[in-house]
Design a protein around this ligand. Structure first.
Ligand code: PEP
Ligand code: MG
Length: 373
């Protein structure tokens, strides 16, 4: 372990972890994380006992019903955040508001269609045999799910209704998450701990999106803090994952206290590749043909994606000199990408807990390489 301690003495980049639950947060600390750079809240929604409530929220036909489901989710999310902040006491925790398209929380269309067909067959057999249709209600519920899945269907979900667009369409989802975050943090503060909260708004392409979402949420944060009567350290920031956000970073930084480069999406959108399709189909051919030297989803493309990042950091800091910048895409745990992050002046990298030792070493190597030049 001694060489890790030496690396820590040398490095300038902070090293944080991507962790979505208390177990990963603990693991991250063991590996030497200095905070959480990305807590993906959707993973909390996916847990078995929560998914039905999340589905109720999605299926809700009115704001009232949606709010009812959200009221059930809030204490669960608050509990998660409470544990994570407690483990990370005194260290920053960046919590990303809901990001994926909502259809990801619903069952596959084909499986619900098949279930509905089977129920209809059983129901009509019962009707013929005993003149009863006991499954009418279940069938109606299945048909409602089918209709909802169809309304949420998108040609290209990764470029569709996700990220901040969800929060703009259904502000009450973000509002619930922010209440849960600040209630958890304020409670810990009352208990004498020191939670450091960073709320991250995903998939911004325009400053006007960020402003609309943030202005609403800042009010909720302030109200919650006031109701607990505590003082709390917090920031609102955004992910830079869309080339337009990188290109307009000067404007965006006026509304964001930190930038976190989501290089998975930024790579996807800069190349115009859909990651799942590209890696499965043509990137292997591109590598074989020498069109690309490395898979850009593993090793950051410094020439294109990196150029956008460099520009974004520079423009962002012109508008807000103390803008904190980090990276939370998978590249945050890849050595050459970490070294690049150092050269463009990032404050930290964030990666999976298991990659933290690698990140600590690479961050130190970046300093040594810089001195050699
Ligand atoms: C990213 O895009 O780099 C990111 C961290 O977000 P996602 O959850 O979409 O990978
Ligand atoms: Mg992303």
């Amino acid at each position: 372990m001694e060489y890790l301690a030496i690396a820590d003495e040398i490095r300038k980049l902070g090293v944080r972890a991507n962790a979505d639950n208390p177990i990963d947060a603990k693991k991250a600390l063991e590996f030497g994380a200095e905070g959480i750079g990305l807590c993906r809240t959707e993973h909390m929604f996916m847990e078995q006992e929560r998914l039905p409530v999340v589905q109720d929220m999605i299926m809700a036909e009115s704001e009232g019903f949606r709010q009812e489901a959200l009221n059930k989710i809030l204490p669960m999310q608050k509990g998660d955040f409470y544990e994570i902040f407690k483990i990370m006491d005194g260290k920053p925790v960046t919590i990303r508001l809901l990001d994926p398209p909502l259809h990801e929380f619903l069952p596959e269309l084909i499986s619900v269609l098949m279930e509905a067909e089977q129920l209809k067959i059983t129901n009509s057999l019962m009707k013929n045999l005993v003149n009863q249709s006991p499954l009418d209600n279940v069938i109606n519920e299945k048909m409602a799910i089918i209709a909802k899945i169809r309304t949420l269907e998108e040609e290209n979900p990764m470029m569709g209704l996700r990220g901040c667009r969800l929060g703009i369409t259904w502000p009450e989802i973000n509002e619930m998450q922010v209440r849960a975050i600040f209630q958890a943090a304020c409670q810990l503060k009352k208990e004498g701990l020191n939670p450091i909260v960073e709320v991250m708004i995903p998939l911004i392409g325009m400053v006007s999106e960020l402003k609309l979402v943030k202005d609403d949420l800042v009010k909720i944060a302030a109200e919650t803090i006031k109701s607990y009567g505590v003082k709390l350290d917090y920031k609102f920031g955004t992910m830079i994952e869309i080339p337009r956000a990188a290109l307009t970073s000067g404007e965006i930084a006026k509304e964001a206290e930190f930038f976190s480069f989501g290089t998975n999406d930024l790579t996807q959108m800069t190349y115009g590749f859909s990651r799942d399709d590209a890696e499965g189909k043509f990137i292997p051919i591109y590598l074989e043909e020498g069109i690309m030297k490395e898979n850009p989803f593993e090793v950051l493309d410094q020439t294109g994606v990196g150029r956008l990042m460099k520009m974004s950091v520079e423009e962002g800091r012109k508008a807000r000199p103390d803008l904190k910048c980090g990276i939370c895409g998978e590249h945050g745990g890849e050595p050459s990408s970490i070294i690049f992050g150092h050269t463009i002046g990032l404050n930290y990298v964030s990666c999976s807990p298991f990659r933290i030792p690698i990140a600590r070493i690479a961050a130190a190597q970046a300093v040594v390489l810089e001195k050699k030049q």
